[in-house]
Design a protein around this ligand. Structure first.
Ligand code: FDA
Length: 310
């Protein structure tokens, strides 16, 4: 792994750095590039603006690895209200949740109960609940959670990471469930025994996964693919693959993060593709923001610029 990426990912788990960074105005300014604000009001406002551009949204309230039941209960209540507000505002939007934000570290049963309550609320609001995929300590538990929810609900999707060696087998085992899958490359620090260090292997896996989700059988039985990437070269290759496989533009969607590759988002909308942006908000942005810096260490320049501008 690139040493700067490793350093930034290690930093994402450092409490001292977190305290320092979250108190600095210039860091908050830099974070703004990828986050419309800390409040749900700001996220909903940005969501409305994205919808006007023809872009759907997924909202996610930042936070992870909660250790207190009452916090997990509060997160559940927050998302229930957010789903109501999305519907009341007529926003084309879904929510995406991290299992450890709903209590996975505390009690897996509690997490499943909360996720099921939210999936049901999403169903009532006519949307899908997405489950984020965290580091490999949580892969098995997250897939178990997905299987349990999929037994009672069709409107639930899970993220799979193309950088993991295990993902092929995971996807194969999920396919009979007619799943909704968001494919991403993967954002955590993982050792080479678990994650491909070479980008070419990650891209190959990504292609293979899309191909499975786009097979005539999968498309025919309601399996859904969300392609979560900003990688223009990969997108061009997938567009060629869609043509070869006869996959219609409405049969899948692209998803990107708010503020990243905006011109590509608009280009895809213009080309008639389904596009969605994931809008993150909330006060607990530090580990999430460090992962964004690790994806593109050049983003550190924005932090430096904000320091001199503030
Ligand atoms: P890659 O990293 O190769 O980047 C391609 C190009 O995109 C770069 O050259 C750069 O131009 C641009 N780019 C990418 N990241 C950037 C950044 N931070 N700032 C500026 N430019 C950037 N991961 C995970 O482990 N679990 C999850 O649940 C999710 N969920 C998720 C949802 C959605 C909608 C997206 C888009 C991504 C995720 N991710 C995720 C993150 C994902 O794993 C991955 O880290 C990022 O998408 C970056 O990978 P790319 O595919 O964009 O390619």
């Amino acid at each position: 792994m690139n040493p700067m990426r490793s350093l930034l990912l290690a930093g994402s788990r450092n409490a001292w750095l977190q305290r320092q960074a979250t108190q600095r105005r210039f860091v908050k300014l830099a974070v703004r590039r990828f986050m419309p604000g800390e409040t749900v009001d700001e996220a909903l406002l940005a969501a409305g603006e994205q919808n006007k551009l023809g872009i759907a949204v997924t909202l996610t309230h930042l936070g992870e690895n909660l250790s207190d039941r009452s916090e997990a209960d509060a997160v559940l209540a927050h998302y229930q209200t957010t789903l109501q507000r999305i519907r009341a505002a007529g926003i084309r939007g879904e929510v995406s949740v991290k299992p450890t934000q709903l209590g996975l570290d505390i009690d897996a049963e509690l997490c499943t109960r909360h996720m099921r309550t939210l999936t049901e609320a999403a169903r009532v609001h006519g949307s899908r609940l997405w489950i984020d995929m965290e580091g490999t300590d949580y892969t098995d538990a997250t897939l178990k959670l997905y299987r349990a929810l999929r037994e009672t609900h069709a409107n639930v999707g899970v993220c799979l990471q193309a950088y993991l060696r295990r993902t092929r087998a995971d996807l194969e085992s999920l396919l009979p469930l007619r799943p909704a899958i968001r494919i991403v490359k993967g954002a955590y620090a993982e050792p080479p025994e678990k994650a491909f260090p070479d980008k070419r292997d990650v891209d190959d896996n990504f292609h293979w996964m899309v191909q499975q989700l786009w097979s005539p059988e999968a498309r025919g039985n309601g399996t859904w693919a969300t392609i979560g990437t900003h990688d223009r070269a990969l997108i061009s290759e997938l567009e060629l693959m869609a043509k070869r496989m006869g996959v219609g533009a409405r049969d899948y969607e692209y998803a990107m993060l708010y503020g990243i590759q905006r011109s590509e988002q608009l280009r895809l909308v213009k080309a008639g593709r389904n596009v969605r942006v994931l809008i993150s908000y909330g006060a607990h942005w530090f580990p999430w923001y460090m992962r964004r810096l690790a994806e593109r260490p050049a983003n550190l320049l924005f932090v430096a610029r904000s320091m001199f501008a503030s």
